[in-house]
Design a protein around this ligand. Structure first.
Ligand SMILES: NC(=O)c1ccc[n+]([C@@H]2O[C@H](COP(=O)([O-])OP(=O)(O)OC[C@H]3O[C@@H](n4cnc5c(N)ncnc54)[C@H](OP(=O)(O)O)[C@@H]3O)[C@@H](O)[C@H]2O)c1
Length: 281
């Protein structure tokens, strides 16, 4: 399979590292469907991964003050890529985000299903939901929503690095995505050209407190932080907008025979590998 990856950033490159010669990553900045089509025709892929987007630097609060740039990267760009992919007749897997959901779902188990409507608050989340709304009815397009990437490779985008760097951490529970598992699931979705929305999150949920306890056990026994309530993030001036915290149910992967490791198993394995990477430094 030849996969063309748009988005020469953290997660696009993590996929390229694993897929090797089967993948090409482009850093072409795409502003129109014609530019996207030109790039697709140049590489003639069997499938496309959209790992491009705007997540804000140093964090997602940046998007609050840069709405147009956020909309261009997270809403218009996916539409342009989908337009071109339809024209070329090539399957597109678009990276979405589970942060389009805030709080508990109306379902008894409080988890959000793939076809639930989003209730986003922040500009970033709204821009991601806007793309999902339109792309989700197109044939030959998949949407893979991930949450809070957890990776054995140290990186500013890795939830482990983020949490370990904060002196104050909110005490919340979430669905999360372990990157090794995500890359494997993406490959299967691309191979199967699976249409519609998929929640690419490991079964089970994880508290930030649990992640940091494992970090303390396996990486840094001296690590310390203060746990605060979710609301204090904004009231203490640590963030402009409330963050999305939620549980995602992943019902649709099983339809394609795709499974992810339970989160407890995957986080321990990942933290052990992460500790070995830190030791090497
Ligand atoms: N990382 C997370 O926590 C997370 C969680 C859920 C979902 N996601 C989604 O996963 C995707 C990848 O995230 P990431 O962490 O890999 O982000 P990233 O490291 O910021 O990479 C995104 C890349 O897309 C590029 N880009 C922006 N606009 C573009 C355009 N018009 N044409 C071509 N490339 C463009 C960016 O270039 P510049 O650097 O020049 O802007 C950057 O290289 C995003 O859609 C994000 O919303 C990420």
């Amino acid at each position: 399979m030849k996969i063309l990856i748009f988005g020469n950033g953290y997660l696009g490159n993590r996929c390229k590292e694993v897929w090797g010669d089967e993948a090409i990553i482009t850093d072409k900045i795409v502003n129109t469907p014609a530019e996207a089509l030109e790039e697709i025709r140049l590489h003639n892929p069997d499938a496309i991964l959209n790992a491009a987007g705007i997540k804000g630097r140093p964090n997602v609060d940046w998007c609050e003050d840069n709405q147009i740039a956020t909309m261009r990267g997270n809403t218009i760009l996916p539409l342009n890529l989908a337009d071109a992919a339809q024209e070329a007749g090539v399957y597109l897997l678009h990276m979405g985000s589970g942060c389009i959901f805030y709080g508990d779902s109306p379902h008894e188990d409080k988890a959000w299903r793939e076809h639930d409507f989003g209730n986003p608050s922040a500009v970033y989340s709204r821009s991601k939901w806007a793309a999902d709304l339109i792309l989700s009815t197109l044939p030959n397009v998949g949407i893979a929503r991930i949450r809070m990437p957890i990776d054995w490779q140290p990186s500013p985008g890795n939830l482990i690095d983020k949490l370990a760097s904060y002196p104050k951490v909110i005490d919340v529970e979430n669905s999360v995505t372990v990157i090794d598992d995500m890359i494997d699931v993406f490959y299967q979705l691309l191979s199967k050209k699976a249409p519609g929305i998929f929640h690419v999150t490991n079964p089970g949920t994880l508290r930030h407190r649990e992640t940091l306890a494992l970090y303390k056990e396996l990486v840094d026994p001296n690590h310390a932080c203060e746990f605060i309530d979710e609301g204090e993030l904004v009231t203490c001036g640590l963030a402009k907008k409330k963050r999305s915290n939620n549980f995602l149910a992943s019902d649709r992967l099983a339809e394609y025979g795709i499974h992810m490791r339970p989160v407890a198993e995957a986080i321990r394995d990942t933290m052990e590998k992460y500790a070995r990477e830190i030791e090497k430094k």
